[in-house]
Design a protein around this ligand. Structure first.
Ligand SMILES: Nc1ncnc2c1ncn2[C@@H]1O[C@H](COP(=O)(O)OP(=O)(O)O)[C@@H](O)[C@H]1O
Ligand SMILES: [Mg+2]
Length: 495
């Protein structure tokens, strides 16, 4: 390897103020990609600084490294025969040019090529921060550190709130854990939130956790004073307040689906007739009155409908005064809607009602701006098959930003979430994904993701994420910080 590092022969003036030398550019040099020899051990993904004749110090990233040798098949055979063979080798790095900040602070790529024979250095922290948009202030959401560096990664909270967020990963890769980190940061900054929580993983945000590693400067903390829990099923979810709705604007089909009853024509017609009559005579009525109506009129064939309605009534979803939206949405506070123990069809109804109310009230500015998080979002806005809440999720995804209603989509099946919704999420947190369909869905919805990064996604260990958007100038690999609060998703041991 000696002599590979051409430093002695280089004619160019070394006017860098950078760190340790990585290598020297050689061959045909472009403006976005270049090659260099490598004379110091360096890892793939490392950030480097390259000098450009007019642009000055430019940030790049080593995307791949190869070892070139003169070991031919003949030499390999000699080696296998135990002969002494002289091996020459050199390390080549392929550097992807990220850019530099111009006088206005905009990210630029040099408009003409770098020079061959130029030195490449490990990038200094300041250059990395400046170019990648990693501001070191308290206004951002502190999510973790740039992989391999002691540089905090803070995401722009307004950008998350206004332009939607998605957290994508296969089961068990840390979606709920990481979303918990995001929500802690949002609570710290008094962002108003509503969290749709099908598994009851988020109420633990109220309690301080045990921080084991403290390289991240994280201290245990609970957010009990900021969180209220609601559930359609407070019997199972103790500590939650009952979430109920009025019977207003119910449609026969919606009702039948909720009751898991047949949507055959006779049922729809019977309900429609009864509901129209009640509305005409009373204006407002509740589910008990609907049951009474059927019982009084004792028509044939409605006995099973009556039983279904009675079962539904017992669930307590409907009440003469439903939960007020201004109880659920309180400025700077977080409400968790725990859907554990609620059947899927009732969940669909609850989510649709809630999301629709949030959107309508935000439009009229009756509630403060907020973010709506949806865990298992593929169940609420599926790519295939239209369900009750499909439409409102599309509406929030496309129009929410105009009205200060942000969306946080969390799913283990990127391919199964409505593309119209996913493509509107401008901040993405991607953890390990292996399903090829999901990878394709991610590739097509994440801007600036490289082939190397899609490869990387399949190998990400727990605790590492690729983050794009959120004020970052390009997708980064981030070591997610530990939780301040208790981890509600930790697997329950069977024995
Ligand atoms: N950044 C992290 N640091 C430490 N443990 C983590 C981290 N992310 C996830 N885990 C652990 O990995 C497991 C799976 O995480 P979880 O968030 O429940 O995954 P998912 O929601 O994707 O199914 C949990 O036991 C969790 O504690
Ligand atoms: Mg989870």
């Amino acid at each position: 390897m000696d002599g590979m590092c051409l430093t002695e022969h280089i004619q160019r003036k070394d006017d860098s103020n950078g760190g340790e030398l990585v290598g020297i550019t050689y061959g045909d040099v472009g403006t976005t990609m270049l090659q260099c020899n490598i004379c110091t051990p360096v890892d793939r993904g490392e950030y480097v600084m390259i000098q450009h004749p007019t642009a000055g110090n430019v940030l790049g990233r080593v995307d791949s490294i190869e070892r070139r040798t003169n070991v031919s098949i003949e030499k390999a055979m000699e080696l296998s025969e135990g002969k002494d063979v002289e091996i020459e080798e050199s390390m080549i790095g392929h550097v992807h040019v990220i850019g530099y900040r111009d006088q206005r602070g905009l990210l630029q790529i040099p408009s003409n090529p770098f020079r061959a024979g130029e030195k490449i250095y490990f990038a200094e922290e300041k250059l990395i921060r400046d170019v990648l948009g990693l501001k070191n202030d308290d206004t951002g959401a502190y999510i973790g550190k740039l992989k391999g560096h002691n540089i905090p990664v803070r995401l722009n909270i307004n950008s998350i709130a206004q332009k939607h967020l998605s957290v994508l990963a296969k089961t068990g890769s840390g979606k709920s854990y990481t979303t918990g980190v995001v929500i802690e940061e949002m609570m710290k900054h008094e962002v108003t939130m509503v969290i749709l929580d099908p598994h009851g993983e988020y109420p633990s945000l109220a309690r301080p956790g045990k921080v084991s590693s403290n390289d991240f400067g994280v201290n245990p903390r609970g957010y009990g004073d900021m969180i209220t829990e609601f559930s359609p099923n407070p019997e199972i979810n103790q500590g939650a307040r009952r979430l109920s709705f009025t019977f207003k604007n119910m449609r026969p089909i919606e009702l039948l689906r909720m009751m898991n009853a047949s949507t055959r024509k006779s049922n729809v017609v019977a309900l429609e007739a009864a509901m129209t009559r009640l509305e005409a005579s009373k204006g407002f009525y509740d589910i008990q009155e609907l049951i009474m109506h059927f019982k009084r009129n004792e028509e044939d064939d409605v006995s099973s409908l009556i039983r279904n309605l009675e079962d539904l009534e017992k669930k307590g979803i409907f009440a003469s005064t439903g939960t007020r939206m201004d109880e659920i949405v309180r400025k700077g506070k977080t409400s968790i809607i725990t859907l554990k123990g609620t059947p899927p069809d009732v969940q669909g109804f609850v989510v649709n009602r809630l999301a629709t109310a949030l959107f309508e009230l935000r439009k009229r500015n009756k509630i403060p701006p907020l973010i709506l998080f949806a865990e298992e979002a593929h169940n609420f806005c599926p790519q295939q098959g239209k369900i009750e809440s499909s439409e409102i999720f599309q509406t929030i995804a496309s129009e929410g930003r105009k009205f200060g209603l942000g969306l946080g989509i969390i799913t283990q099946r990127a391919a199964k979430v409505d593309k119209n919704v996913l493509s509107q999420c401008n901040t993405q947190i991607i953890l390990k994904v292996t399903n090829p369909n999901d990878i394709r869905a991610i590739e097509s919805s994440v801007e600036g993701i490289t082939k190397d990064m899609t490869e990387e996604i399949q190998r990400l260990p727990i605790g590492e994420a690729i983050i794009s958007g959120g004020g970052l100038s390009e997708p980064l690999i981030v070591d997610i910080r530990p939780r301040e609060t208790q981890d509600g998703g930790a697997s329950i041991k069977v024995v």
